[in-house]
Ligand binder design. Structure first.
Ligand SMILES: [Zn+2]
Length: 101
């Protein structure tokens, strides 16, 4: 019985993998945008308006990644997994110890 509680269903595991995929995609986009912005600014020098637009886009990416990070809860006891992980799904939930992979 206790072993059953420690296992997640295929759908729950699939959802966690999807969450990880979303985090990696937004992180990768942000990490590509940062050097592109710096290099572009060095080459064409942004006007004040362009710099603000670029800043807002980068800020939106950071907010989006934070939203995705903290959107996923442990399927067992609803503890937010974003507090336990940076980018990758942890092996086990630190709150209830259910296997997450
Ligand atoms: Zn848990």
């Amino acid at each position: 019985m206790e072993d059953e509680l420690k296992k997640l269903g295929a759908d729950e595991l699939k959802e966690l993998q999807l969450w990880q995929k979303r985090m990696i995609i937004v992180f990768a986009i942000t990490m590509v945008c940062l050097p592109v912005v710096v290099v572009t600014d060095l080459i064409i020098v942004f006007s004040r308006t362009e710099a603000w637009l670029v800043f807002l886009v980068l800020l939106a990416l950071v907010v989006l990644s934070g939203f995705i990070q903290f959107s996923q809860r442990c399927p067992r006891y609803s503890y937010r997994l974003g507090f336990q992980s940076r980018l990758l799904v942890p092996d086990n939930c630190k709150r209830c110890d259910v296997g997450l992979k």
